[in-house]
Design a protein around this ligand. Structure first.
Ligand code: FES
Length: 664
């Protein structure tokens, strides 16, 4: 590795042998804000930034593949192989000391400027989801107001028995089925006597029998709350419910604080293996507590009156949240510690709710089909239908489930980071300034773009990338292999520095000081991502003996699917072709499923059975998957007969545009 740090006015610093570097303790100062941190020599700037409390964009997990962790060395020394990563920088950026934080290591005191684009920004978090108020209300926790006769020499019934009998008289479960924790018993005599034997008992359905969660003085029956939580790898979403009348009181969302320990699942597991498990557990808890506190403050309620919390997360997130070691999930033979639904006392894991509140986590099918997908399934209602539903949840990884009330097949795979903005030169997450919609005029090739928050464009997020791909195909700027037609004489279609490219926004229109382009290499990465998803869908259909026409509906879950233009998704061959009215966006299925399981005890009871019913297909062990993937590495597919309407549409476009051509 070549020393490439900059020391303005002093030239390049001498190289220090690596063996000696670790013994140094240089100070790294981050601008703006002058955050300082002292780290061992040889630490990457990315790790130093984490230590300084900065959350940087690490879309590729720090592998030097996405270019999103751009920083500028203003003073001091760092080693960085600039030639190797030259493609990520403009000449102007090079002159200003550009490097990738994940690949540059500190060898002396250094002053680093971190541009706003390299920090994780406020993301468009999918909080609102349709149809929440229509979920049948039948919660698993209830309050009973008991007005008890005081004891006497003629009636020496113990306090607990007196309360339990009072509960039964109010229509509650029989006394023998209710377990009372020690801390409730310790407070019980005082509460009853201070309140002249008028009290409110909170009783929750437990995995076995019932649990007496609390006994409070007086009538508190109006104050009973529950929370549903989507514990995502990137974000946390919480819904706060009144469990007395089934109203949503507030919603809240924030980042998962674990991001500072790694952006993707694998880097979190690796972090936990380096004795970071308790830190990750604490960060997950803090993230949930932040959302619960915001929601409780918004609703004006006391968090202590939240008596149930339902958490949906993927298998690794669930392990980390509960402080269970996920290490064996990433080494052969890839075994999780637990797959079934679990319940834990809130006080035991530090959740900001009543200390005896039950915190439930969803069951999982496999390492890759976790509780978030079981929640998605609940949200689709596919287990109640005879017709086959195909549910697809797309992120850096994708999960697909095909089935109905009788059977379900599932698979998962890596979609690659392209659809989340990684491995695409101007790709970005759905943050303000991301181009999220694009249409291209077929005559002038001028794009019309809309950005998140309506501000000047900074890059392109997933939905915008799919729009672009479809529009470039329709306007014959690219052929079906994704090759850009450089015969087109137009200023937007040009030979870029490394690859042919299409200019989406001119420098003067953007907030990044350069043209925003989509390159042929970006297109190739996007095609590979969409091919993996299409190949997986076709593998599931094949395993079920179905054709695309047999699918009753396709449900997209997750933020990516929610903003996706369905027609464009079919045009590029992301999913099998089908009538558009059969394609639905279910929004954030994980939070919808968590809501359902929170307020409907019958649905919650079914979760373990649903998880057991799903057959998981390992795509790597499925020989036909690779063939299907390869066939899908075309727009929309090598076999046009699978996309007859897209074929018709593209032929019509071709005929109209005559001058441009695309490869049949
Ligand atoms: Fe540094 Fe992707 S995180 S290049």
């Amino acid at each position: 590795m070549e020393g490439a740090g900059r020391s303005p006015g002093r030239g390049r610093s001498p190289r220090i042998p690596r063996s000696g570097v670790e013994n140094l303790m240089p100070t790294v100062t981050f601008l703006p804000g002058y955050r300082k941190v002292t780290v061992p020599g040889g630490t990457t700037i990315l790790d130093a930034a984490r230590a300084a409390g900065l959350s940087m964009n690490v879309v590729c997990g720090g592998q030097g593949k996405c270019g999103k962790c751009l920083v500028f060395i203003k003073e001091g020394t760092a080693t960085f192989d600039r030639d190797k990563y030259r493609r990520f920088f403009s000449d102007d950026e090079i002159a200003r000391g550009a490097c990738l934080a994940c690949q540059a290591t500190v060898v002396g005191d250094v002053l680093v400027n971190v541009p706003a684009e390299s920090l994780i920004q406020e993301q468009k978090i999918l909080v609102e989801v349709p149809g929440q108020e229509g979920i049948p209300f039948n919660p698993a926790v209830r309050k009973y107001v008991v007005r008890l006769e005081p004891p006497s020499l003629d009636d020496t019934t113990p306090d607990l028995t007196r309360v339990l009998e009072g509960i039964e008289k109010q229509g509650g479960p029989p006394p023998t089925s209710i377990y009372a924790p020690l801390d409730v018993l310790c407070f019980l005599p005082l509460v009853l006597r201070r309140n002249e034997w008028n009290a409110t008992a909170t009783v929750a359905l437990a995995p076995v029998g019932y649990r007496l969660s609390s006994v409070d003085g007086g009538d508190t029956s109006e104050r009973l709350y529950g929370a549903a939580v989507d514990l995502g790898t990137t974000t946390v979403v919480a819904y706060l419910w009144s469990l007395t009348d089934g109203r949503i009181l507030a919603t809240a969302s924030n980042y998962n604080r674990q991001i500072s320990c790694g952006e993707d699942i694998l880097s979190r597991v690796n972090f936990s293996r380096k004795s970071g498990l308790s830190q990750l557990q604490q960060l997950a808890t803090e993230s949930i507590n932040e959302a619960l506190t915001t929601a409780a403050d918004t609703a004006g309620i006391d968090r202590e009156e939240i008596f149930e919390v339902m958490v949906a997360g993927n298998t690794v997130m669930t392990h980390l949240f509960l402080g269970i070691d996920p290490a064996y999930m990433i080494t052969e033979p890839y075994i999780p510690v637990v797959r079934r639904m679990l319940s834990t006392g809130a006080g035991q894991i530090g959740i900001a709710a009543h200390r005896n509140a039950e915190v439930y986590t969803f069951p999982a099918v496999s390492n890759f089909i976790g509780g978030d997908i079981i929640a998605d399934i609940l949200a689709t209602g596919m287990t109640d239908r005879e017709e086959a539903t195909l549910m697809v949840d797309i992120g850096t990884n994708f999960e697909a489930v095909l089935g109905n009330s009788d059977w379900m097949l599932s698979c998962a795979g890596a979609a690659g980071p392209a659809l989340e903005g990684g491995e695409v030169l101007f790709g970005m997450r759905a943050n303000p300034g991301a181009i999220e919609r694009v249409a291209i005029d077929a005559e002038t090739l001028t794009p019309t773009c809309s950005t998140i928050n309506g501000v000047r464009p900074r890059g392109i997020c997933g939905s915008g990338l799919i729009d672009l791909l479809a529009e470039l195909l329709r306007t014959c700027v690219i052929d079906r292999t994704g090759r850009i037609n450089l015969d087109i004489s137009h200023p937007r279609v040009r030979k870029g520095q490394y690859y042919p490219e299409y200019v989406v926004a001119w420098k003067k229109e953007t907030s990044v000081g350069k043209d925003i382009v989509m390159t042929e290499n970006d297109i190739r990465n996007l095609i590979m991502s969409k091919a993996a998803i299409h190949g997986a869908c076709m593998t599931l259909l094949d395993a079920a003996g179905l054709e695309p026409g047999d699918i009753g509906r396709v449900c997209f879950a997750g933020a990516f699917g929610n903003y996706l233009n369905k027609e464009n998704a079919i045009t590029v061959g992301l999913i099998p072709e089908m009538p558009l009215d059969r394609v639905e966006n279910i929004g954030n299925g994980a939070i919808t499923g968590a809501n359902i399981a929170l307020i409907n005890r019958k649905r919650r009871k079914e979760l373990d059975a649903i998880a057991r019913r799903i057959t998981y297909i390992e795509l790597n062990a499925e020989p036909s998957f690779m063939d299907r993937y390869t066939s899908s590495c075309f727009l929309p597919h090598t076999d046009f007969t699978l996309f007859p309407h897209v074929q018709q549409m593209l032929e019509a476009c071709r005929a109209k545009q005559g001058v441009r051509s695309w490869q049949a």
